[in-house]
Design a protein around this ligand. Structure first.
Ligand SMILES: [Ca+2]
Ligand SMILES: [Ca+2]
Length: 128
């Protein structure tokens, strides 16, 4: 599901995070599909990981991302590549940290950020 094009100062942008005339940054992140409605990321105790795409007061659709080993936990979510869709920031008990760049219910690409000692905890995210 694509987000609608946005028009600013007579220019139309299909990507809501595009920089309009280098002055205005429009970036509305409201879920994994960027449709303006927040979504819910579920994790089962068996590792199964599912997104519910919410519209108004109902589940519009869902996506099962599969069973991810329980050594992995979702450390956070955020739009790490600025495409207007929220991504998933995973952390493994062995210290490995990985981002899944999401395109709605599919993993568009992944990024392995390496290993971070378990003595470090995510204190917050800046941006979206
Ligand atoms: Ca959504
Ligand atoms: Ca993103």
């Amino acid at each position: 599901m694509d987000h609608p094009a946005i028009e600013v100062l007579g220019h139309s942008f299909n990507n809501p995070c595009q920089n309009a005339l280098n002055r205005v940054k429009i970036c509305e992140v409201t879920g994994f599909d960027g449709d303006g409605n927040a979504d819910i990321l579920w994790r089962n105790s068996n590792g199964d990981t599912v997104i519910w795409f919410i519209k108004n007061d109902a589940i519009n659709s869902s996506a099962d991302l599969g069973v991810i080993a329980t050594t992995w936990t979702v450390a956070s979510t955020g739009d790490f590549n600025g495409d207007g869709r929220r991504d998933i920031f995973w952390r493994n008990s062995n210290g490995d940290v990985v981002i899944w760049f999401m395109n709605s219910g599919t993993i568009a690409s992944t990024g392995d950020l390496g290993v971070v000692a378990s003595s470090w905890n995510v204190a917050g995210l800046a941006g979206n």
